[in-house]
Design a protein. Structure first.
Length: 336
């Protein structure tokens, strides 16, 4: 059946489910859960949303609400502006200048987004972003060229217990989608101070959003001064890091973190959704600890993406914030 609201309403009317778990169905699951709630279908058939509440999904996926939430909890975001028309985009460029990153709301894998170094690129990318976003909203954001991209995989239960499952470092700097980056877990170049600073921010964000289950938080970390000089991006930012985005769901990064750490994120998220707490869920992989234990790695996991250029020989081969890879392979060893 097609994944549309009328078809889902027919299925709900016939099957009469008690609950709906939106956070294990990727971006499609989140978007459809929001659409069903907006159409009043969940209330009409008395379907309870399990795990992460609908307001939390809205706060994390709607670029405007997300920015407001981060401001309210004191977490730094890069200078950015929400636009819904081409004219608004031109006004932002006049004020912020180029290059800019274009991030559409409610899309998967950065669809419709990208980097704009020229006005032509800006017009083309903003048009495709507005078309790709179901709410016709894009975020124009300062391009943090050369900054490190770091991700944290975090879990929270209904009793506000939080743990970080894993942190990952992208080999590519900001401006390349995580799905197109070579990624290493745990991160290799962070000082303990940087690691703890970003870990604290991750726990603050998942609590601020009220996510129940797994979630993936992406940060940009300021480059070393020598690196900044070498690539010519010397400016003094207000913060050593910025929050880039949050996936309030199980994502591709969660799958990588699960395999890398032996912590079954999707399984634990499903148990949290039906009301269990982290200390009540046994870790099915270790059979000795419970889900409230943070995994400790004495090894390294590296993931490399695979691009299907054999199937799409004419595909655009530039890596941007829009994902092009369709698969990945990972390897575990003692050292990087």
């Amino acid at each position: 059946e097609p994944l549309t609201v009328p078809v889902l309403e027919r299925i709900i009317a016939r099957e009469r489910p008690d609950g709906l778990l939106p956070t294990l169905g990727g971006q499609t699951g989140l978007n459809l859960a929001v659409a069903l709630a907006d159409a009043g279908i969940l209330d009409k058939y008395n379907v309870r949303l399990l795990g992460t509440p609908i307001e939390t999904i809205r706060k994390a996926e709607d670029r405007d609400l997300f920015k407001q939430l981060l401001d309210s909890i004191g977490e730094p975001v890069p200078e950015s502006e929400i636009v819904t028309t081409m004219d608004e985009a031109h006004a932002v460029v006049a004020r912020m200048g180029l290059p800019l990153v274009i991030r559409p709301a409610y899309t998967l894998g950065g669809t419709g987004g990208g980097l704009a170094h020229t006005m032509e690129e800006l017009e083309e990318t903003v048009r495709s972003g507005l078309a790709a976003s179901p709410i016709h909203q894009v975020l124009l954001e300062r391009y943090l060229m050369g900054w490190k991209e770091i991700e944290y995989e975090v879990m929270r239960d209904g009793a506000d217990n939080c743990i970080t499952v894993c942190n990952m470092e992208n080999l590519d700097p900001m401006g390349v989608h995580t799905g197109d980056s070579i990624v290493v877990a745990p991160s290799q170049t962070l000082t303990d101070k940087e690691y703890q600073m970003l870990r604290t921010a991750s726990l603050k964000i998942i609590r601020g959003l009220g996510i129940e289950g797994g979630c993936n938080i992406q940060f940009a970390l300021q480059p070393h001064p020598q690196v900044a000089r070498a690539i010519g991006v010397e400016w003094s930012p207000e913060s050593p890091y910025y929050v880039i985005e949050v996936n309030p769901r199980v994502s591709r990064s969660s799958a990588l973190a699960s395999k890398a750490t032996g912590y079954p994120i999707a399984r634990v998220s499903a148990k949290i959704a039906v009301g269990k707490r982290l200390d009540e869920i046994p870790n099915a992989v270790t059979s000795r600890t419970n889900a409230a234990f943070e995994p400790a790695l004495d090894y390294c996991v590296v993931k490399i993406p695979r691009w299907p250029f054999d199937k799409f020989p004419d595909g655009d081969r530039r890596t941007t914030t829009q994902m092009k890879a369709t698969g990945e392979v990972m390897v575990i060893d003692r050292s990087f």
